[in-house]
Design a protein around this ligand. Structure first.
Ligand code: ZN
Length: 230
């Protein structure tokens, strides 16, 4: 696990900003110095860890109430999410409609292949054909639902949700949470702040970007305060 220093953080931001969102989780893991994971849920669990280490213990953002449209502030402790997850069930062959299906958990490459189809329906079929033995197209809706439940139970972090209550209309709903989205938003905010600090200090003192980024944050903050308030 890596805590990103300013220069590394800016390099990661630069590498990632033009990537399609489906490729960001893998790139974020790489930036955090973490190995590639063999399932989407394990990847997201690792991203939560990397997030907490780099950006602190709270996932903060906004969610829109499906009842009245109010934007609700959310603040979820990473530790609470992790502790609330059920243990992963084993990936085992399953008997469906008189045949035994072998299956595995989807990983980043499977999701990317599904995303390339550009349609949820075709994407689901691609996931099935990549992750299930035999001809997955012959599975009916009930069989697919049973398989989806097995996948969810075997990879709990692949679907992270938490309950929100609207302060205006008291509606309660389950919101989905994407660790990569939170980590990317925080990385972008940190990168913009660093660039702003470089801009301000370079104008005031004539220092280079490299010199400014090499300063510890506390010292950068002190100089910025001097520049702003004398
Ligand atoms: Zn509401």
């Amino acid at each position: 696990m890596v805590v990103l220093a300013p220069t590394a953080l800016l390099a990661a931001w630069e590498r990632m900003r033009d990537l399609p969102p489906v490729q960001r989780p893998a790139e974020l893991l790489r930036a955090f110095g973490m190995p590639r994971q063999d399932s989407v849920g394990r990847r997201d669990a690792a991203l939560l860890e990397g997030f907490a280490e780099n950006f602190g213990p709270l996932l903060e953002g906004l969610a829109r109430c499906p009842g009245c449209g109010t934007e609700v502030e959310l603040s979820v402790p990473v530790a609470e999410l992790t502790a609330g997850m059920p243990p992963a069930r084993a990936v085992e062959p399953v008997d469906v409609g008189g045949r035994t299906l072998r299956w595995r958990l989807p990983d980043d490459d499977d999701l990317a292949a599904a995303a390339r189809t550009g349609s949820a329906e075709r994407g689901a079929l691609v996931l099935l054909s990549r992750c299930v033995s035999g001809d997955a197209r012959t599975l009916d809706a009930t069989e697919r639902a049973a398989l989806a439940a097995l996948v969810a139970a075997a990879d709990p972090f692949a679907d992270i949700t938490f309950a929100l209550t609207c302060p205006c209309c008291a509606q309660v709903w389950e919101a989905a949470l994407d660790p990569a989205e939170f980590a990317w938003a925080r990385l972008v905010a940190r990168a913009r702040r660093l660039l702003g600090e470089v801009d301000e200090l370079a104008r005031a003192y004539g220092w280079s970007e490299r010199q400014i980024l090499a300063l510890p944050q506390a010292r950068r903050d002190s100089y910025l305060e001097l520049v702003r308030h004398g």
